[in-house]
Design a protein around this ligand. Structure first.
Ligand SMILES: [Zn+2]
Length: 166
């Protein structure tokens, strides 16, 4: 159950976002990085980390790194990334790493055991998970309602001559 308070909070957040057109998660991440003056990076997590952990965020001094399980559908990857973006934008504290820099240093080696330990310490509250999930869904919904960019070139001229557009 999502409470009205949670829903209002998430809707307020998403309403402030200017989504790229055409929409893509990569472009959203790029835009958000510029707006926040703080990089967000999308990285792949090797598969096989269990059903609960398909994504995670590691915040370092300079960037927020989103790790998404690599062996999944494009749709699912996008959704996980948006969910993690939700955690970032909502300023969720995931229990705090003792030493985020050291953890980020571990990840490039993608040592499954190290990552499993990191994942084991991720502890968002249920409400934070609901918020992240709702933000992901609301971004998707908002992206879906954006009008397509006007067509250009031959097709645009054709549409004008046919009276479809001005
Ligand atoms: Zn989450």
């Amino acid at each position: 159950m999502t409470t009205r308070r949670v829903r209002n909070k998430c809707q307020a957040l998403v309403s402030t976002l200017t989504l790229p057109r055409p929409f893509s998660v990569e472009r959203l991440i790029h835009d958000l990085s510029l707006q926040r003056g703080r990089a967000i990076r999308l990285r792949s997590l090797p598969s096989g980390f269990g059903a609960h952990a398909c994504g995670l965020v590691i915040s370092t001094d300079t960037a927020d790194e989103i790790y998404v399980e690599e062996k999944t559908s494009r749709f699912h990857r996008d959704h996980i990334a948006l969910h993690e973006i939700g955690h970032i934008l909502m300023h969720h504290d995931n229990g705090g790493w003792e030493d985020p820099g050291a953890l980020a240093g571990l990840l490039p080696s993608l040592d499954p055991e190290a990552i499993r330990r990191i994942l084991g310490r991720t502890s968002y509250t249920t409400e934070q998970e609901q918020e992240a999930e709702l933000v992901a869904s609301l971004i998707r919904a908002k992206a879906g309602t954006l009008a397509p960019l006007p067509s250009t070139g031959v097709r645009g001229k054709l549409e004008v001559s046919l009276g479809i557009r001005e």
